[in-house]
Design a protein around this ligand. Sequence first.
Ligand code: FAD
Length: 360
Amino acid sequence: MKSLKENFQKAHIVIIGSGIIGKFNALELSELGFKITIIDPNHFQNSSNAALGLLIGNMYQKRRGRSWDLRKQSIKLWPQWITFLQKFNDELKIEKPLIKLTTNAEKFKKLEKFIHENNDQNLRILEKDSIFINNVNKAFQTKNLKGIISFKDGRINALSLLQTLDKYLKHKNINNLRGEIIKIRKLNNQWISTTSNNEKIKSDMVILCNSLKAINLIDSLSHNIKLKPVLGQAMEIDINEGEVDLLSLPKQFSINGKNIIPKSKNKLIIGSTDEYSTKPEEDTFEKLTNFLDKKPNWLMKAKISRKWYGIRSRPDGEPSPIMKNIEDGLIICTGFYKNGILLAPACSRWVANEIKNYLY
Ligand SMILES: Cc1cc2nc3c(=O)[nH]c(=O)nc-3n(C[C@H](O)[C@H](O)[C@H](O)COP(=O)(O)OP(=O)(O)OC[C@H]3O[C@@H](n4cnc5c(N)ncnc54)[C@H](O)[C@@H]3O)c2cc1C
């Protein structure tokens, strides 16, 4: 019989969890020729479906260490994957640029220092009289917004991305199962994943992409992995016709940490909160609109047309994310906290390299 190493492309890999991390791993590993099964009890109610899709890469101020390395790799991989995925959805794209604004003088000083130190043509301080600053100041009735622009960062529509990945999985006939894995164990060089219906799926490897619940499937104490849930809320609001033209604003920007995405002349998405809880309270509007000392009238009168939330997993006691080869044939990718959409390509490339090393 051929060994697994000689036969690695026929190896069967089970991916537990079908958020952006599970789906992206399925994409990368399927392109390498592996047989993939992806399993999730609820493919549509997860943090990935709640994401705003901002890809904060070049704008990230800490330019060293693992977090920067992962961002840098993702920034490089994203355009390649977009080109590939356009075969399944020709409208998939990254909307650029990305703008970060603040009213805080100290924070602006730090942004200025960051721009001067990095000397990158794609990262600039926004001039006081730039059209972006003028339009935002006018709409939000302030005079003191300042900030930076990154021509290489932007936003991908997370829902459209997830749907495109689903199309890909279908096209490749990937086994996409609905079910919850309640136990995994290793028996004679094979992994057995047991579902809540007591079905058993055998595989050569397992990748845990099930966010907070990943620790239920491993001995988290001996692996010393701890995760905290962080609730993130977002909302779409409608404003009264004609009060302000929201399309005069940049396509995606942030003010004092809140992300803003105009959808039409009178519709706006605002996100997201950062709450150490699992249940949203009723004050979503207040929480998401308190980013300026004084709200403009149109914002005060705005009505929520849709609101949603997602629960992100944040590592406790170590940096985000957790990507570890924890046992022979068992990999964990969790704790992506605020950046799972951005980091999905870097994560799946790391996993692919680990698997190649394991099988060769
Ligand atoms: C409001 C909001 C805005 C955000 N904005 C951005 C942004 O702009 N940019 C960005 O990069 N990131 C953003 N994020 C963060 C991003 O959404 C997450 O980092 C990312 O979705 C994590 O993906 P994941 O696949 O690890 O987890 P999830 O998407 O949560 O997927 C985990 C999956 O595992 C499944 N699962 C759980 N247990 C089991 C089991 N036992 N068996 C099988 N399946 C199981 C679940 O059903 C779920 O579908 C945002 C998040 C929120 C909430």
